[in-house]
Design a protein around this ligand. Structure first.
Ligand SMILES: [Ca+2]
Length: 384
């Protein structure tokens, strides 16, 4: 998300689409996320190695003690021999032989154990090296062609398209109120319409459990797109940070996915629809509770959103690869925390791919191109 863009998005149309796959490429943030995901595993491996090294140290100490013991036994055997009777002497030698045998067996066992540990460690080192090589490769080939930044700049993607850009891709835009330009993905169609993409889900690789500052700064990937189902909103507006990025829109315009932003009657309580509507809600994160609920919806669902008490639509929800999930899957709180658009699929179905994008209102309403909307939105294959 790029709230600095959102803050200036008054009078725009917000269009959600739930779409089929496109290729993507990690941004710097994406790479950081990726590395962060690997860190716990590597730390665990290092801890394991540490423990094994301690075990080896202990075994070495044990072996040293055994050697000392053997030396002592030899000395005492030497000292005690001449004056004793042959029987006593032979019995003592026999004892020593038995002891030495035991010691040798014990040492062999320890040696075997050490060899095992060595092999395990070698395997671990190989695994770590492999992992490191994989990471290196990811870093070496940051899909240069795919993150190519287009030269045209504008106040938003429509402006970029108006200036002649025809190719969907990454563009620098600088809205009127923004202090500096920033990179967005512009989806430019054959009608010359330029959509500014503000949120996109393609898989579970981006963690949406972020705090206020992280949502403010934006995170995730920038990438290409196709569309299937959609819902669009007129006069879409997001308030300033002082107003907690309050979400308001004039009216629901169209789309087969339905108007989940207007709330939904789940049948649990007559107030369901009222308390799950999103129009007029402020943005909440795990560390900033601006919702209408006694608890913190963002904390319970693990992600930031325009929470009410709590939601009928939640595109920042948790990614469930299989789509369907249960209260048990939802973890500690057991609430419906998936990627939800409840007027399309019920709350126990998590959408697999979503996009939120903005286009100036006049591009849709001018010339009564309502039929055109169906064309560009790419309706047809609804992806389950
Ligand atoms: Ca609350």
């Amino acid at each position: 998300m790029a709230p600095s863009l959102l803050a200036t998005a008054g009078g725009l149309l917000l269009l959600f689409s739930f779409s089929s796959a496109g290729r993507y490429c990690p941004t710097t943030c994406g790479v950081a996320d990726y590395l962060m995901r690997y860190r716990p595993g590597v730390t665990q491996e290092l801890d394991d190695l540490q423990r094994e090294l301690e075990t080896i140290a202990n075994l070495t100490q044990g072996a040293e003690q055994t050697v000392v013991y053997m030396k002592d036994s030899t000395t005492s055997a030497q000292k005690s021999s001449p004056q004793d009777s042959y029987i006593k002497k032979s019995s003592s030698v026999l004892d020593d032989v038995v002891r030495f045998e035991k010691t040798i067996i014990e040492q062999e066992r320890q040696l075997f154990e050490l060899q095992g540990l060595l092999q395990t460690n070698e395997r671990r080192m190989t695994d770590l090296k492999q992992l490191s090589n994989q990471l290196q490769q990811k870093c070496n080939q940051p899909c240069k062609e795919e993150v190519e930044i287009e030269p045209t700049k504008g106040t938003d993607c429509q402006d970029v398209a108006n200036k002649g850009a025809t190719k969907s891709g990454l563009y620098y835009i600088k809205p009127a109120k923004a202090t500096e330009q920033f990179l967005v993905y512009c989806e430019i169609d054959s009608f010359g319409r330029g959509f500014t993409v503000i949120q996109r889900r393609r898989d579970g690789s981006v963690d949406f459990s972020k705090d206020w500052i992280q949502y403010k700064n934006g995170f995730g990937y920038l990438s290409p797109d196709d569309t299937t189902e959609y819902a669009d909103y007129n006069m879409f507006r997001i308030g300033s940070e002082a107003d907690m990025y309050r979400l308001t829109y004039g009216f629901y315009f169209a789309g087969d996915a339905g108007d989940a932003f207007d709330g939904f009657d789940f049948g649990d309580d007559p107030s369901d629809k009222f308390y799950t509507s999103h129009n007029g809600m402020q943005f909440s994160t795990v560390d900033k509770d601006n919702d209408k609920y006694d608890g913190n919806c963002a904390q319970q669902d693990g992600s930031g959103w325009w929470m009410n008490r709590c939601h009928a639509a939640h595109l920042n929800g948790k990614y469930y690869p299989g789509g369907r999930y249960t209260e048990k899957d939802a973890g500690e709180f057991g609430f419906d925390n998936g990627i939800i658009w409840v007027t399309w699929h019920n709350r126990w179905y998590s959408l697999k791919e979503t996009t939120m994008k903005l286009i100036p209102l006049n591009r849709i309403t001018a010339g009564g191109q309502q039929s055109g909307i169906k064309d560009f939105a790419g309706l047809g294959d609804s992806k389950k």
